[in-house]
Design a binder for this molecule. Structure first.
Ligand SMILES: N=NNCCOCCOc1ccc(-c2cn(C[C@@H]3NC[C@@H](O)[C@H]3O)nn2)cc1
Length: 449
C-alpha cells in the first residue's frame, strides 16, 4: 500500500477557459477576440482549427455541470470571455453575454460547485488589439473597467477571482516566441506587455478592494522547473535565468514590488527593459489573497552561449514524455512549490492548472488513458510532499475537465479527463475521470491502484 492522503478541507476541482470550450463565437452579440483572428489566419493553428464551435459549452453548460457534479468536485475554474461582455472591448455592454455567465454560475451554485472565475484567459477583444492591444497602456485601463463591471455584476455569487492567466504565455509566448495570438516576435514588445499585464492585474485588484467585493483574488502565473545538468555554476546560473523568465519575472513585481535585477540585466542587454512609469510598481505589488500556480513540466538545462536568450540549452535526458512531447517531471512540481514558498512566503496557493496531454480515443465506449492517471498520481504525490513541507495548498484543479481547443495545437492535443468527439460533441468520461472521482471522494489514493 502506498497511500497518499490529503486534508479534508482541501478543494478539488477542474479548469477550463472560455475560448477553448464555449464555441458560439458569433452568437448573442459576442465580439471578435484575437484568437478568432489568429486561428483563422492560415498556418497559425494545426489543421486550421478554431474556436467557432469548440466543445459547444455555451449551449451544453448544463450537461457539463452535471458531469462535474458526478465527478464530485467542489470548485470549477472557468473564464469569462471579455468580448462576450464588451464586444468592442469598452463601451456598450452585451447583456446576453452577462446572462450566459449568470446562467452558468447559477447552475454551478445550484449543484454545490463553487465558481472560480478567471477574468483574462487570452481572448483579448480584437477591437482593442486594433488599437495596439496590451502594448497600449489604454488596454490596461480597459481591463480594469471590464473587471469592475464583472465584480459589480457577480459580487456575492463568485468569491474566487483570478485576474490574468499565465502572463508569460500572453507576453513572451505570444509576442516574442510568437506561436500564440497575436503572433509577434519582438522582445521589447513582449517585456512591455508583461509589464502592462502586471499593471492590469494590480489595477483590477485595486478596483476589487475599492468595491469591497466579497471573496479573494489572485493571479495564475505558469511555472516550469529547470534542473542544472551539472553542479557547475554556469549550469546553475543558466537554469536560474530560464526559471526567472517564468517565476521571478512575474512574482517579484507582485510580491517584492520590483523586477529581479538578474532578469532586467538579460533584457537590458537586448535593449528590451520594460517601460515603467512612476507608481506602477506600487499598483502591481498590492496584497493579493492567493496565487494560482500552473505547472505541467520541467527539464534539465545547461549553459550554452547564445543557445537562447539566457545562454540555456535544454538537455533531453530520456524522461518519459506526454503526447505534447513534454517531460513528465513531477519532482519539478515539488521543487517549484518549495521555491515559491521560500522566496515569497506563506501565500495561500491553488493549483489552478496541472494535467497532461494524452490523445487516447474512445474504444468500445471507453477511453483507457492510464498515462494521464499515472501523471496525476505522480504530480499529486509531489503536491502532498510540498504540503508536508509547509506549502499552503488550498486546492487542486485539474487541467482540464474537457478535451478542448489547445491553442496553436487546436483539437489535436487532448488534456481532458472527459473525451470530446469534436464531430458529434459527445462527451465520454475517461478512465482518468473515474480515478479522479474516487480520489476526490476519498481524499486519498493508492499509488499501486
Ligand atoms: N520554455 N521555453 N519555451 C521556449 C519555446 O517554447 C515553445 C512552446 O512553448 C510553450 C510553453 C507553454 C505552453 C503552455 C500550454 N499550456 C496549456 C494551457 N495553459 C493554459 C490553458 O489554456 C492550457 O490550454 N500551458 N503552457 C505552450 C507552449
Amino acid at each position: 500500500m502506498a497511500i497518499i492522503e490529503f486534508p479534508k478541507e482541501m478543494k478539488w476541482g477542474a479548469a477550463t477557459a472560455a475560448y477553448q470550450i464555449e464555441g458560439a463565437a458569433l452568437e448573442d452579440g459576442r465580439g471578435l477576440s484575437i484568437w478568432d483572428t489568429f486561428s483563422k489566419t492560415p498556418g497559425n493553428v494545426l489543421n486550421g482549427d478554431n474556436g467557432d464551435v469548440a466543445c459547444d459549452s455555451y449551449h451544453r453548460y448544463k450537461e457539463d455541470v452535471q458531469i462535474m457534479k458526478e465527478l464530485g468536485i467542489n470548485v470549477y475554474r472557468f473564464s469569462i470571455s471579455w468580448p462576450r461582455i464588451f464586444p468592442a472591448g469598452t463601451g456598450e455592454i452585451n447583456q446576453k453575454g452577462l446572462q450566459y455567465y449568470h446562467n452558468l454560475v447559477d447552475e454551478l451554485l445550484e449543484n454545490g460547485i463553487e465558481p472560480m472565475c478567471t477574468l483574462y484567459h487570452w481572448d483579448l477583444p480584437q477591437a482593442l488589439q486594433d488599437q495596439g492591444g496590451w502594448e497600449n497602456r489604454k488596454t490596461v485601463d480597459a481591463f480594469a473597467d471590464y473587471a469592475e463591471q464583472i465584480f459589480k455584476e457577480f459580487d456575492g455569487k463568485i468569491k474566487k477571482w483570478i485576474t490574468i492567466n499565465e502572463p508569460w504565455c500572453v507576453s513572451f509566448l505570444s509576442n516574442f516566441i510568437g506561436i500564440h495570438a497575436p503572433g509577434f516576435q519582438n522582445l521589447k514588445l513582449a517585456t512591455d506587455i508583461s509589464h502592462h499585464l502586471l499593471l492590469a492585474h494590480g489595477k483590477a485588484v485595486a478596483r476589487f478592494r475599492d468595491l469591497k467585493v466579497e471573496g479573494s483574488i489572485g493571479y495564475a502565473p505558469n511555472t516550469e522547473w529547470l534542473e542544472p545538468f551539472s553542479s557547475k555554476q554556469e549550469d546553475i546560473d543558466a537554469c536560474n535565468r530560464g526559471m526567472g523568465w517564468f517565476i521571478e519575472w512575474f512574482f517579484d513585481p507582485v510580491f517584492k514590488g520590483q523586477y529581479p535585477h538578474f532578469m532586467l540585466e538579460v533584457f537590458d542587454k537586448h535593449g528590451a527593459a520594460p517601460a515603467i512609469q512612476a507608481g506602477d510598481m506600487e499598483i502591481i505589488s498590492q496584497k493579493i489573497d492567493f496565487v494560482g500556480i500552473n505547472y505541467y513540466t520541467g527539464s534539465v538545462g545547461r549553459y550554452k552561449k547564445d543557445a537562447d536568450l539566457f545562454d540555456l540549452e535544454k538537455v533531453d535526458i530520456g524522461y518519459e514524455k506526454t503526447d505534447f512531447d513534454w517531460n513528465i517531471y513531477p519532482e519539478g512540481f515539488y521543487k517549484v512549490l518549495l521555491k515559491i514558498k521560500d522566496q515569497y512566503g506563506d501565500i495561500p496557493v491553488y493549483i489552478t492548472e496541472n494535467g497532461a496531454c494524452y490523445n487516447d480515443e474512445v474504444e468500445n465506449g471507453r477511453v483507457k488513458d492510464q498515462g494521464r492517471i499515472d501523471y496525476l498520481k505522480q504530480h499529486l504525490t509531489s503536491l502532498k510532499r510540498a504540503m508536508d513541507s509547509g506549502v499552503q495548498i488550498k486546492g487542486y484543479l485539474a487541467w482540464s475537465l474537457l478535451d478542448n481547443f489547445e491553442w496553436a495545437e487546436g483539437y489535436h492535443k487532448r488534456f481532458g479527463i472527459v473525451h470530446v468527439d469534436f464531430n458529434t460533441l459527445k462527451r465520454t468520461k475517461k478512465d482518468s475521470y473515474y480515478w479522479y472521482k474516487q480520489t476526490v471522494k476519498n481524499g486519498w489514493f493508492d499509488m499501486n491502484y
